[in-house]
Design a protein around this ligand. Structure first.
Ligand SMILES: [Zn+2]
Length: 300
């Protein structure tokens, strides 16, 4: 707004120069005075117009026009490891449907990334239609000697987790130039060590999780509905709609999908779910947008 005013401010006449210029044209003093009065009126009308515009914008802000929409969905697409045909199709389909999507990167894929992969990531980041989030380093799970199931961010200890979280974040900064604002653990599996790491990261604003405590005081984006009712990479519109009907009070939703595992029919099921949510009045947003809306709402 300040730039707008600066760029459009009319030339204010300089009295030290202009009257003498008028005099050299032999204009009567009364006429010169009239010209000045008219110019002053024009500037005054323009200033009043700018002030009125400002008032309209403030009114919009206070009336809630820029606040968080009533029903917000974040598409949480997991497991980016490369610029595959399925990922490219998923992004293109989403754009054609008119919705923004957030993509979780498994960040060890960035270490030996091809120039094409890097350029694809950067172009999407620049587009403003896609936001990348930290989906950990290697997405591994295994059993220890005692037969206990360990996952990248569950049961693996603070050192292992801090290294994986920190390396993933550092590589995202290196490739995309910006720290990820959101995190979602592989398998959505975390423990108290993860929560301490998330809480300590001031760049992190939003956490995708199944339970609020796992969000570690960050903005909690709940995976309240299954995105894929027939198993990983297998969305099913009718089953989605049935579960949706059982939860009529939802206002915020992380809609989780694994596009790299989609079969041909699943792109169609995904499109049907998106169209359904749009028809139901949901706004598709990126994690950073949701956090910004919330921060505005919380401001005095
Ligand atoms: Zn995953």
């Amino acid at each position: 707004m300040k730039v707008f005013i600066f760029m459009h401010i009319p030339m204010i006449p300089n009295p030290a120069v202009s009257p003498s210029a008028v005099e050299t044209n032999h204009a009567p003093a009364a006429l010169a005075h009239g010209v000045w009065r008219e110019r002053a009126r024009r500037v005054s009308r323009w200033v009043m117009g700018v002030c009125a515009l400002g008032l309209v914008q403030s009114a919009e802000a206070s009336s809630g026009a820029v606040e968080r929409p009533a029903k917000v969905v974040i598409v949480k697409a997991d497991d980016v490891r490369g610029d595959t045909p399925k990922w490219r199709r998923f992004v293109a389909d989403s754009e054609a449907l008119g919705v923004k999507v957030s993509l979780g990167i498994i960040c060890d894929s960035l270490v030996d990334a091809s120039p094409e992969y890097v350029e694809w990531l950067r172009a999407l980041e620049r587009s403003g239609r896609v936001e990348f989030w930290n989906h950990g380093w290697d997405h591994k799970r295994w059993k220890n000697e005692a037969g206990v199931q360990l996952m990248e961010f569950k049961g693996t200890g603070p050192e292992h987790q801090a290294k994986h979280y920190g390396d993933a974040k550092a590589w995202m900064i290196k490739v995309l130039g910006v720290a990820p604002a959101a995190f979602g653990a592989p398998f959505n599996a975390t423990d108290a060590d993860t929560e301490a790491i998330l809480r300590a990261d001031s760049d992190l604003k939003l956490v995708f999780a199944n339970r609020e405590s796992a969000a570690a005081g960050k903005f909690f984006a709940p995976i309240s509905l299954k995105g894929e009712h027939d198993g990983t990479g297998k969305p099913n519109f009718e089953k989605f709609r049935a579960e949706y009907a059982e939860k009529p009070d939802l206002t915020l939703l992380a809609f989780q999908v694994h596009p790299q595992s989609f079969g041909e029919e699943h792109f169609g099921e995904y499109a049907k779910i998106v169209a359904f949510l749009l028809a139901e009045g949901w706004t598709f947003a990126l994690p950073r947008e949701v956090v910004a809306w919330t921060e505005k709402k919380a401001a005095p």
